[in-house]
Design a protein around this ligand. Structure first.
Ligand code: NIG
Ligand code: FE
Length: 388
């Protein structure tokens, strides 16, 4: 859409252009001008420039669109029965991943595309304007490549997760599977991927395998991210820091050495409280990370096994209620934090030059996202300056 657009009468504008004590960079009684899909100006509403079109926010809060930096959207089927069993006392082990792999391999491209499209639309309605999408339910050369090809139709932030688990046909020869991931699978996946990820966990990939796979990905030009320390303590977080990962994700079981390593690094700790909710597990200790000076992001981990939510507002509410993040910390982590986890400077903030991705809330303040959990508070979403 051409021409300028003014969002006026903003009661509370969250810019994320923050200083100490106000990480959200809140401006009251503000306006925001959009030109060519970017934020062209922000300032007091009384100084708002003229524009071709206008949206009256009516005193509501306006936030950057959520940046969901961790999602597994390319899959078929669901695992509702596995969820029901967990709620009746069964533990989560990750063993169900192979069930989804079977269903995904059997699905057509159009079926997979329809599922990604449905979840992507669901996310947009809930205020998510940037999403990372992983492969990882194909686990053959062809199925990983097509998963990423389909993911790339929806986002720039695609992640090759061929090392999600060792598929059943390689169960007796994991070294051969790692060789295949680093060889033909990476070659087929890399043209469609920006990132590489490994599930580094007991029962999935150990530190040696993870290091080998991530190094191959780096050599192919992919950035590193990692599933780490989800089900128990382990080497994943420190490996991620050692390799300069943009993000280590889950971080549920951390030692002091893990926290120290993160605190002295550029690696973001991405917390995924939907997974703890849906697996009835203890939540990660967000306070310990924040107090140590670690950059924290929040994401959904949307997938059919451990966290079938597409809702960033739900994750914000969980982070505040269950993980002792302040509402401001949680909103920052779900916007600017996610952008940091994807090493992006064009999203997650509403300052001049940023992409005009924003949410108009049906509420006067960002506080309401946690204060009114489960309520559809996203009144309007603009993506690239275009109302969606
Ligand atoms: O991030 N932990 C590994 N992968 C996903 C779960 C995948 C599944 O259970 O299907 C996660 O939680
Ligand atoms: Fe995940």
């Amino acid at each position: 859409m051409r021409g300028s657009l003014l969002v006026d009468h903003i009661g509370e504008l969250v810019t994320n252009d923050g200083r100490d004590g106000d990480p959200l960079g809140v401006r009251r009684d503000a306006a925001l001008l959009i030109e060519d899909g970017e934020v062209a100006w922000t300032g007091p509403a009384r100084h708002a420039p003229a524009a071709d079109r206008r949206i009256d926010a009516g005193g509501a809060a306006v936030l950057p669109g959520f940046v969901d930096s961790h999602a597994h959207l390319v899959f078929a089927g669901d695992r509702a029965a596995e969820f029901a069993a967990r709620m009746a006392g069964e533990p989560y082990t990750g063993g169900g991943i192979r069930t989804t792999v079977g269903a995904t391999r059997a699905a057509s491209d159009d079926d997979l595309r329809a599922t990604v499209g449905r979840l992507h639309a669901e996310m947009l309605r809930q205020g998510t304007t940037t999403v990372e999408i992983k492969s990882g339910y194909g686990l053959t050369v062809a199925d990983e490549a097509r998963s990423l090809r389909i993911a790339a139709e929806f986002t720039e932030d695609t992640t090759f997760l061929g090392a999600h688990v060792v598929p059943a046909e390689y169960a007796d020869r994991p070294d051969d599977y790692v060789g295949m991931v680093c060889g033909p699978m990476l070659a087929a996946a890399a043209p469609y991927a920006r990132w590489i990820d490994v599930f580094c966990e007991r029962g999935a990939f150990d530190a040696d395998h993870a290091r080998a796979i991530l190094a191959c990905g780096q050599a192919a030009g992919l950035g590193v991210r990692l599933h780490a320390n989800q089900l128990g303590p382990g080497p994943g977080v420190r490996l991620g820091v050692e390799l300069g990962a943009a993000s280590v994700d889950h971080c549920t079981h951390l030692t002091d050495a893990d926290v120290d390593a993160l605190a002295g690094s550029e690696t973001v700790a991405t917390l995924l409280p939907g997974a703890e909710f849906s697996t009835r597990s203890p939540y990660p200790d967000a306070r310990r990370l924040l107090d140590a000076g670690v950059t924290v992001a929040l994401a959904t981990d949307c997938n059919p096994g451990s966290s079938y939510t597409s809702s960033m507002p739900f994750c914000v509410a969980l982070a505040v209620r269950e993980m002792r993040m302040t509402p401001a910390e949680a909103v920052w982590a779900a916007t600017a934090g996610g952008a940091a986890a994807l090493r992006r400077t064009d999203v997650g903030r509403l300052t001049t030059g940023a992409r005009a991705d924003l949410i108009v809330l049906d509420a006067p303040s960002h506080l309401h996202l946690a204060y009114r959990p489960g309520v559809p508070l996203i009144r309007q979403v603009l993506h690239n300056g275009v109302p969606r």
